[in-house]
Write a protein that binds this ligand. Sequence first.
Ligand SMILES: [Zn+2]
Ligand SMILES: [Zn+2]
Length: 257
Amino acid sequence: MIIYTLFSGSSGNCVYVKDKNTEILIDAGKSAGAIEKSLAALNSSLYGIKAIFLTHEHTDHTAGLEIISKKHHVPIHITHPSYKALSSLTYLPSCARRHDIRYEVAVGSLKIRSFEIPHDSNQNVGYVIENEDGEKLGIATDIGHLTEEILSSLTGCNYAIIESNHDTGMVKSGPYPLFLKQRILSDRGHLCNEECARLALHLAKSGVKAIALAHLSRENNTPDKAFSAIKRALDDGGFSKIDLKVASPVISTCICK
Ligand SMILES: [Zn+2]
Ligand SMILES: [Zn+2]
C-alpha cells in the first residue's frame, strides 16, 4: 500500500491511498486544483482516482467536491445524514453512493469499512482500508471522544492516521471565544494530544508500524507538542520503534510507500 496525507488540518484534509492499480481518496477538503497538483507530484491524477470516501460534511473535508463531481465524475461515498447536510450547500451528483453509518465497499483490490466517530456534524465516520495481503490502514479524525467502537475498529491496523488536534492548556488559555473553546473541548469536538496518546498506545499494542498525527490545530497546538506527547507515551510503553510523524497541513506526507 502507498499512503500519503496530501493535506491535514482545519484548512483542508485529504488522504491518498494506492494499492496495485487502485487509487482512492479519503476526503477532498481542498480545491480540485490543489488536490490535482498534489496528485501530480505523486505521478497520479484525479482522472485515475476510482472513488472518494467522505468522513463527514464539514468544509475542511469537502471543499473540492463540487468541481471534482462535475469535472472528474469520481464516485463519492457518503453516509445518508452527511449527504443530506451537504446536498443543500454543494452540488452533489446523483451518482453519490449513500450509505448507512457502518458500511463496507470493495474498490479494485481494496476493501473499505466505515465506523462511527462522535463529532458535531450530522454524522462522522472513520475508515479501515484493507488490501488483499491483509495490510490495513486506519483513518480517524474529528474525534469528539474515544469510544470502544473506535478502539476496536482500529485494532490490528498496520498504519494509522489519527487526530491529535489540540493541547488542552492552549485551548483554555488561547484567544478563541468561549463558545468555540467549549465546542473544541466537548465530547463532540476534537481529540486532544493526551487522548491521542492513549489511542496511539492502543494501536501500538495491536501491532501498528507507522502512525501519522493529523488534523492539528494551528492555534491550539504545535507539531512539537503533539509529537512529544505521543512519542513519550509510546516510549514509556516500550514502543519507541514505531514510525511516528506529524502530517503536514499543506504538503504531502508519506506514511508508507
Ligand atoms: Zn469536522
Ligand atoms: Zn475536520
